[in-house]
Design a protein around this ligand. Structure first.
Ligand SMILES: [Zn+2]
Length: 497
């Protein structure tokens, strides 16, 4: 590592990979997007106003009520129908902001018909689940008219948790195909990373995200057993190399390992309590303002447009808070990736490719208010500062004979091995085995040309570049960062099974 490595200059060099026109276009897209928040809120308020004035929900509520009292069912139907009406009224706006505008900027290649079809499915799912949420919410309002807003936090938390748990199983497959990463260097690398930090290695997927968006992206979704890391195929269409995959997947594993979604869901539920408390106080004046004379108060599900209008305004005002909450988690995930996988350049290369939908160098205030990820310029700067402070272990090729002597009858132990794994056992007779979550892997190994290659009985092969550092050994997989390993003595009786 050059001693005069300058993080600021390296950051500028990464940003200069994009021509000034590309940065200008990204800024136009991003800053226009800030205004969309305001216009979107106004459209939502207009839709609420029209729905209240039309009196349609009041008439429907009277019809559903009939003779017997079935308040839970009535609020379920009204809630679901309200979501559908609102979606249909806002459709022209959604077409503009969610399809036409990204299309103008080359951020989606999806045909209008495909977009519309998926939006209709989303709306139907939203109505079914949202109806259920509102049915419970109105039940709380009826049963606990003074303290319903307090209980609503628990209700929100339950819905977020169940939604997160079920999304990868039942919702996401409706829109995209998720496949385990195919055999090859990417999967080998990702599996090795997962083992290194103790994340289940069978939870890494690639999905056809290019169907909806050209954005270079990956994400983590799900909760507990359903949690998984998913890389969009756009990553590979835009030429992601192993270092990038390591940087990006390291970031997503950070979200997973540090339970960011649980933290965010928890805080969102607390914010929901505050929001519903304010709804409780503001409902009556808002109802008068929108002209809802026939609405019988807060407990009347026909007043849902009024309740939503208040929430819309509160949500808009809370934007800097919610964005900052997510942004802090994103910074933490970057840090996790750097600490555990040390790929500052892989991360930077990937981040440059996200600039097209998130301008790289906003002002500090603009970032705090509008950015739910730290600005790319600052993220790359932090990665480069990390690089300056943490040079990769020096690799000096060691003679094969020396390595063979050092590695035979040893267990190669990686840092942060998951519970239940020991390492790769290398026997003097040229066979190897390792124990992991689902059983044993075994085969023949060879040390040659500065590389340790493991051939598995099933036919796959994985190789590590061997580095000799002062006082120890490092192994690096397919161009990844070298990891310092420990060599433990292999007991003479050790065998797989
Ligand atoms: Zn993230």
């Amino acid at each position: 590592m050059a001693q005069n490595f300058d993080p600021a200059a390296a950051t500028a060099a990464y940003l200069a990979q994009l021509p000034p026109e590309a940065h200008a276009k990204a800024t136009a897209y991003t800053q226009g997007g800030h205004w969309l928040l305001l216009w979107g809120a106004l459209v939502a308020l207009l839709a609420a106003f029209l729905l209240v004035r039309s009196g349609v929900l009041v008439r429907l509520r009277r019809r559903f009520e009939g003779r017997r009292s079935r308040p839970l069912l009535v609020s379920y139907w009204i809630g679901g129908l309200y979501i559908v009406f609102d979606g249909v009224l806002s459709l022209p706006w959604s077409v503009y902001s969610d399809w036409w505008r990204p299309k103008q900027y080359g951020l989606t290649s999806q045909a209008f018909g495909g977009w519309l079809g998926e939006s209709a499915i989303s709306l139907a799912i939203g109505a079914l689940i949202g109806g259920l949420f509102f049915a419970f919410l109105y039940a709380l309002i009826r049963k606990a008219p003074r303290t319903w807003w307090l209980w609503s936090g628990g209700l929100t938390a339950a819905f977020i948790a169940i939604g997160m748990l079920l999304a990868p199983l039942y919702i996401e497959p409706i829109f995209n195909r998720y496949t385990p990463a195919p055999a090859g260097p990417v999967r080998d690398e990702v599996v090795a990373m997962a083992r290194q930090v103790g994340v289940p290695s069978d939870k890494i997927f690639i999905y056809d995200g290019s169907k909806q968006s050209n954005a270079y992206t990956a994400n983590v979704s799900g909760l507990f057993g359903s949690a998984r890391v998913a890389m969009s195929d756009t990553m590979f269409k835009k030429g992601a190399d192993i270092a990038e995959v390591r940087g990006v997947v390291g970031h997503e594993m950070g979200h997973y390992a540090r339970h960011h979604s649980l933290w965010i869901a928890g805080v969102m539920s607390l914010l929901a309590i505050l929001a519903f408390f304010l709804v409780d106080r503001l409902f009556a004046p808002a109802c008068r303002l929108l002209g809802g004379e026939q609405i019988k108060g807060l407990s009347d599900p026909a007043g849902l447009p009024v309740l939503s209008a208040v929430l819309t305004v509160l949500l808009l005002l809370a934007t800097p808070l919610t964005n900052s909450l997510i942004r802090i988690a994103e910074s933490d995930a970057d840090r996790y990736s750097l600490v555990n996988f040390n790929e500052p350049d892989g991360l930077a290369k990937a981040l440059v490719k996200t600039v097209e939908y998130r301008a790289a160098t906003p002002g500090r205030l603009e970032e705090i208010v509008f950015y739910d990820h730290p600005a790319v310029g600052r993220r790359i700067q932090r990665a480069m500062e990390w690089k300056a402070a943490h040079p990769k272990p020096l690799m000096t090729a060691a003679p094969d004979a020396l390595v063979r002597a050092a590695f035979k009858d040893r267990i190669v132990v990686f840092p942060n091995m998951p519970v239940g794994m020991d390492g790769i056992a290398l026997k003097a007779d040229g066979s190897w085995f390792e124990r992991h979550d689902f059983g044993w892997s075994r085969g023949r190994y060879a040390i040659a040309g500065g590389r340790l290659c493991l051939d598995e009985e099933r036919g796959s092969r994985r190789c590590y570049a061997i580095g000799g550092a002062p006082g120890g050994w490092t192994l690096a997989q397919s161009g990844g960062a070298p990891v310092a390993v420990k060599l433990d003595r292999l007991p003479a009786t050790a065998s797989p099974g």
